[in-house]
Design a protein around this ligand. Sequence first.
Ligand code: HEC
Length: 443
Amino acid sequence: MYPFWEVPLITSGLIIAIIASFHMLPSHLATGAFWFNYYIERQAVRDNRPELFDFLKRFTLLILIFCFVLGSLTGVAIWFSTTVASPRAISALIHNYVWGWATEWVFFVLEIATIYVYYYTLGRIDKESHLKLGLAYALSAWISMVIITGILGFMLTPAKWVETGGFFDGFFNETYWPQLFVRTSFMMSIAGIYAMIVASRLKDEALRKEIMRKAGIWGTCGMILGAIFTLWYLHKLPPSVKEMAFEEGLPYLKNLLFVAGGAYLIVGLYFIVCATVRPRALGIVSGIIMLIVLFAGIGAGEGFREGARRPWVISNYMYGYQLTGISHDVLHIENEVGRFEEEGLLKNIYWARTLQLTKEHDRFKAGRILALYVCGNCHSFEKDGIIRPLPALLSSVGVESAEDITGFMDALGDYPYMPPFPGTDEDKELIGEYLATLPKGGE
Ligand code: HEC
């Protein structure tokens, strides 16, 4: 077991979520925007319209600065935070998908190289070659998404991988194609909004109007396709996830979908107005607001995808507390939960070995270590904790005494969103004793 990263009030999960939300804007923009850029540049070259290059230059510079500074920083931050929060889960992913990431990084390097060359050769080399550079960027950025989507999808729906351990069996899983198409469609919409924001600063009236209208059409198409593919995605979710999200279990998952749907309607309407009714009336402020609304929607969608995985961190393989829940000969996986139920979890935690359970103080420490490992990835321990505070939740189900909490450990696995308790009766007692010392709380 690795050391545990305890984050008071909010848990390490929320730290990752915050960083990932910041990452979403630059990363999606970097992936999607250049298809629109390519489309406009092709027109500029084919119809010989030099005035469009002014737009292209502004369009690229902002991406270069914004995406490649903020995007890279937050991307690295995701690796750091997920690695300290869930080292065993990251290790499992790397063991299976290291070549996936290696391939993604090749395209990522290509992306960085081509956008710099693209920007600094704009207007300086022959137009056809420059156009190809733009296409090279758009393609490599999109291919990095094609790859990362496989790994993201794998975490929720690992498909046949659970039986075979095959790279592509998990990569091309049941939510892969719908998710790739959803992301590609919304990528077009993001490109559309971004193009509108850049175009709204153009002085040339006619040009501004023309680009606004084109961007509006891109955005509208992206939204319509995005909706269709989202329905396909939802349809492809495993029955257990659908049940947890739509019937019983975790009502907040459904709420996230409502937020995503609300954002969708607002942005969709905006595009229709831009594309058809009054492209000129819409300016930079409304564009930025729409970008934020769209990202709130996408963020809610990502939150749904992440939340729907519970109680697993990698579905049907590793639970949220980072212990494997299946055994498999071919994959050399042993069911750790099963093993710890027999051997005891505490005995297998390196820095708890010297604790003497006959001493009161050591029992408290042992209980705290166990509680962190078993509950701490998903719950905060403070009375006024923000992420699922245990004191309030335990009080709400009426288990407050040490014995009751110990007994409750047997019920953990009955919840659709919580994993079974991975330890012996002694572990349960220790956790019960410790959790009973937390302040009682909640409504
Ligand atoms: C994989 C994540 C995960 C782990 C690990 C986990 N829980 Fe939970 N737990 C949840 C989620 C999600 C909820 C639903 C809370 C909500 O409504 O937001 C929940 C709810 C609860 C509730 C309220 C249940 C109810 O009927 O309302 C209690 C009590 C609770 N957890 C205790 C624990 C304890 C104690 C541990 C450790 C021994 C633990 N949980 C481990 C995810 C987890």
